[in-house]
Design a binder for this molecule. Sequence first.
Ligand code: LLP
Length: 407
Amino acid sequence: MPERLTPEQSYALVSKYGSPLYVYDETLVRERCREISGLVSLPFFAANYSAKANTNIELLKIIRSEGLRVDAMSPGEILAETAAGFQPDEIFFIPNNVSIEELRFAAERGIMTSLDSLSQLEQYGKARLPRRVAFRLNPGVGAGHSDKVVTGGKSKFGIETKDVRRVQELAARYGLSIAGINQHIGSLFLQSNEYLQAAATLFEIAAGFPELAFLDMGGGFGVPYHGEARLDLEELGQKLTRVIQDFISKYGREITIMVEPGRYICAESGTLLGTVHSVKENYGETYVGTDIGFNTLMRPVLYDSWHEIRFFTASTERRRLTITGNICESGDVLARDRELPLPAPGDLVCIANTGAYGYSMASNYNLRLRPAEVLIDLSGQDRLIRHRDTYQALMRNMLDEALYLCQ
Ligand code: LLP
């Protein structure tokens, strides 16, 4: 685990902002942005940050200041991105299975949209919406850390290569101009073979579309959660540069070529702090009960994801531990079989690499409050960038009468 937060600093942050607490390191977010922007040094190369990984507006502002653009999956993401200063031509709307109203929401703001199926392309074609659109290709090859996040090949995403001809037919029928093609083969790869293979398919398909302004090869760049070797960005960059140059010379003019990483930008910048509330033995197992339930960090429960966990404790006795949250399900387990110092109630727990798909997947299950978010800025100062939920906000959408209970 990176030694970013010292025990003293962590205790001070939790006593100032409450527990649990997401803490982000601005320096590292900026570093990762620069690595991605420099992946390919061609003037028409661009990086889209995939905002679903973390939509905190202050982080979005930092990412924008590093020169990245953004994708959006929903009107909510478009609003957060707009609030962070992104201009319509810096936002790419890539929704999946949405209503015409959502498509109109983006169109009215002048935001380029990608259609994810022939069905949505046809609905779009019939509606009175801008004629320049993009579509999402499913290149037939996927990669990712779990079946739940592999999107290339058999999945609900995109239009398969054999149906591309029908995209051209629909575009001709409805007078649409195909301005871009995007794809995303899945999330978290540390070897780039499939990504490069899919990029080759994308370039092949793109040759049949003469009016393109951009191609988007997708994200998925992994970070090591469990000591794996880092993704070799230098090698990937070199290989991409070659295939991009080759494509551009065949295509006959320069168009924007994008990548779209989410996790890579912010995963490692985030640390989740929480508090140990109970330690007990049940049927031969030692359970450490914390306030980090799967409402706060869902990845371990949803994907069996491994995150490094550390206790800030005075204890030196090591034990094999099962570390759990405070949610009403026995599956609410952050980690099993971790040999760690046995903490005591009141000690802090620290979970690494939680800057991506941590807060953004948090929920109010069990009517728990989502935590606050804090940024450690470039000068090392901490700053609140999202308030913890309030009970008022939880009640408001259901029953105004219940508000008095929250006074
Ligand atoms: N572009 C599109 C269209 C996507 O759907 C995604 C992620 C990305 C880019 C960025 O992927 P990344 O670079 O972050 O891998 N909740 C899961 C990950 C889900 C990814 C969904 N789509 C997790 O916690 O591992």
